[in-house]
Design a protein around this ligand. Structure first.
Ligand SMILES: [Zn+2]
Ligand SMILES: [Zn+2]
Length: 147
């Protein structure tokens, strides 16, 4: 299932496709989907988890990379709350999903104002929405890399 998602980065895939490639019972592939996101840190989102533009039962692997282990501890509902509060826009450059192109396939990440390593919390008031380009830039400025 992960191999299939990684071959389809950026494309919405349906639950039926995933169930087919997983060859598992519904309850098992749905759990596997959640594990890939929350335990392994794959940016794999659906309608209820940050991609309201998708249909119910559609999922997108937004990038072929895993988030840092500490970022995996941000609960789904908190991430959703941060994206909503920030209007689904990058708080640094204003990028929004309607500007997505194949040549510039950005996606949103949630960034800690106070780094997790400095006891910054995983709550909405310590988190901001950034596009992946601004997120990388924000971390390049923090030396040593703490978060
Ligand atoms: Zn940005
Ligand atoms: Zn960050």
């Amino acid at each position: 299932m992960l191999a299939y998602l990684r071959a389809n980065v950026g494309r919405a895939v349906s639950g039926e496709e995933l169930r087919y490639v997983a060859r598992e019972k519904t309850s098992d592939w749905a759990r596997r989907l959640r594990e890939l996101r929350t335990e392994e840190g794959w940016p794999l989102y659906g309608k209820q988890t940050g991609r309201p533009d998708l249909s119910i039962n559609e999922y997108v692997l937004e990038a072929d990379r895993q988030t840092q282990p500490h970022d995996r501890k941000i609960p789904d509902d908190v991430r959703q709350q941060v994206l909503e509060r920030d209007g689904y826009k990058c708080t640094a450059c204003g990028w929004s999903r309607d500007r997505w192109t194949k040549l510039d396939p950005r996606f949103f990440e949630v960034h800690h104002r106070t780094p997790h390593a400095q006891k910054g919390s995983n709550t909405a008031d310590n988190l901001v929405t950034l596009c992946n380009v601004c997120h990388d830039a924000a971390h390049a400025q923090r030396k040593p890399r703490l978060d």
